[in-house]
Design a protein around this ligand. Structure first.
Ligand SMILES: [Zn+2]
Length: 275
């Protein structure tokens, strides 16, 4: 009879960096994957304290606060005699340090019995990708590592992509299970909630979450991860197909707003200058 080793549950670590970034780490059996190491120092500190080795790096997009620590982390691992870690990310000239370029629907085995799915989510940048970790033998709750595409109650700025691309990227996230944890890369929640409440002042789920989020921030606690289910209830950029959002956007636009993509384009532009 074949003997199965007991599955070891994944552990998750959320490491604050810079002023409002979160770096995400997945650990199993003292081996870690790091998502978007914009800064290597807090990760190295964590690894050395816990005697963890680097198994790999997952990059969502090429902005410096997501890749700035990649080379230092690679050097640290090599300096410790590690050779077999991998660096994976999207196709972009500024992400030349990857061992393998990832594409939409690629699946990566992070550990035995732990596989992530790659989603192409253009909008914030053109080659932005996200990583979805479904429920599995080692993971009881699905997780989404979405970089700067989806934030708690907001979405990333459209630096390279169009509103249409962002709309489809967010629509793709809406198909994920409601309990999927949204592991985004920034603590922008209070600013986003202020704007969301401006657009939807009568959304009771939103008002309730804004109060709870404020309490968390008052106690210096993170407001992320949130969940896809919550984002669908409170995040205006995930609700562009609702008539209430269309009416709200129309009040602030000279042009006729007809489609959900018009709504997203309008409210994204509004948010860029909202304070
Ligand atoms: Zn970015």
């Amino acid at each position: 009879m074949k003997v199965h080793l007991k599955n070891i549950l994944l552990q998750f670590k959320q490491i604050p960096a810079f002023t409002d970034n979160y770096l995400w780490v997945l650990v199993q059996n003292q081996q870690a994957w790091v998502v978007d190491p914009g800064d290597a120092d807090p990760i190295i500190e964590f690894f050395e304290a816990q005697q963890i080795i680097l198994k790999g790096i997952l990059i969502t997009h090429h902005h410096q606060d997501h890749i700035g620590g990649v080379l230092k982390l690679q050097d640290w691992a090599k300096g410790n005699g590690q050779k077999d870690f991998l660096t994976l990310g999207p196709l972009h000239p500024q992400i030349s340090m990857v061992d393998r370029v990832l594409q939409h629907d690629d699946e990566i085995d992070l550990y035995p019995d732990v596989r992530v799915r790659v989603m192409a989510v253009p909008g914030h940048t053109l080659s932005h990708i996200a990583y979805f970790l479904p429920v599995g033998p080692c993971n009881p709750i699905p997780r989404l590592y979405c970089g700067d595409t989806l934030f708690a109650a907001g979405c990333g700025r459209l630096f390279e992509g169009s509103a249409e691309q962002m709309y489809h990227s967010l629509a793709y996230f809406k198909e994920l299970p409601d309990d999927t944890l949204v592991c985004c890369a920034h603590e922008y929640t209070m600013s986003n909630l202020k704007f969301a409440c401006f657009l939807e002042p009568h959304n009771s789920d939103l008002l309730d979450w804004a109060q709870r989020a404020q309490k968390l921030r008052d106690q210096h606690q993170p407001t992320v991860p949130t969940s896809i289910g919550l984002e669908k209830k409170v995040n205006p950029f995930m609700r562009c197909d609702l008539l209430s959002l269309l009416k709200s956007a129309q009040q602030h636009s000279d042009k006729p707003i007809v489609t959900p993509i018009d709504v997203l384009a309008t409210i994204r532009k509004m948010k860029d200058s909202f304070s």
